[in-house]
Unconditional design. Structure first.
Length: 260
């Protein structure tokens, strides 16, 4: 992917994964050849498909979390609301959670994360249903430095990861926002990159890209400001215990490209 990062396997799904929902009716039938290529493109390449309903009228998100790191119901409710406010999906948006065994690593590179996804992901675009994938991992991002700890990254056009253990470490600090607020902020931010923000597939309607920090917004109070990906920056960015919203410039970009 073409944006600047800051701080911050292989297992058989039948043995290491269990569903919190039903039997996974959104997954492709066993034995059927699935074209995974449309779900393995660059971040932002699926932005308009996510925003409009011309090709895909529904969205299904397959989310895996390491045992003990399940996102709260409040986090999922907030994320669902965030998506419904921006995406045109008349046939609905559905999220299903699956528990997985920890891969057992202290840190993860992008290559590691892609390998994990390739091994356990079962839901790929199918007809009018667009499919997305998310991970909630233990361990840290392999490219963390002394100056920052990355809390999440978007790494494919329909894929993102949150470093949930790191998020909980930051939320446990004195006067820090709650785990739900931090996790919700990172979720919204990374999905914002999948929606092509900022200038990552969704065209700019005004000059608000923070080029120095890659695909991020220049507005310090915007969800897409670069510090929303780093623990140190995010703790200082959040005020009043609420998730930062998208600013008007980012909303204008999404609406001009077909979003709500």
């Amino acid at each position: 992917m073409s944006r600047k990062y800051f701080i911050w396997v292989f297992f058989v799904c039948s043995l290491s994964c269990s569903s919190d929902g039903d039997s996974g009716g959104d997954n492709q039938p066993i034995g059927e050849t699935v074209d995974k290529t449309p779900n393995q493109q660059a971040v932002g390449d699926a932005a308009q498909d996510l925003l409009v309903d011309e090709t895909f009228t529904s969205l299904y998100l397959e989310l895996y979390y390491v045992e003990g790191l399940r996102p709260s119901s409040e986090t999922i409710d907030h994320f669902t609301d965030f998506l419904e406010r921006r995406l045109n999906k008349p046939q609905g948006i559905r999220i299903e959670l699956f528990e997985m065994t920890s891969p057992g690593q202290e840190s993860y590179s992008v290559a590691d994360i892609r390998t994990i996804e390739d091994d356990i992901r079962t839901a790929y675009n199918d007809g009018s249903a667009l499919k997305a994938f998310g991970l909630f991992l233990d361990g840290a991002y392999a490219e963390n430095t002394e100056n920052g700890s990355v809390l999440g990254i978007a790494y494919r056009n329909t894929s993102f990861v949150l470093f949930s253990e790191t998020i909980r470490e930051f939320s446990g600090q004195p006067l820090a926002p709650s785990t739900t607020v931090l996790e919700s902020t990172v979720l919204d931010h990374e999905f914002g990159h999948l929606l092509g923000l900022v200038n990552a597939g969704t065209p700019l309607q005004s000059q608000h890209q923070d080029v120095e920090h890659g695909r991020h917004c220049t507005a310090e109070d915007c969800l897409m400001y670069w510090t929303a990906e780093t623990g140190e920056g995010l703790v200082n960015m959040i005020s009043g215990g609420t998730v930062p919203p998208l600013d008007q410039a980012c909303l204008d970009d999404l609406r001009a490209f077909g979003g709500k």
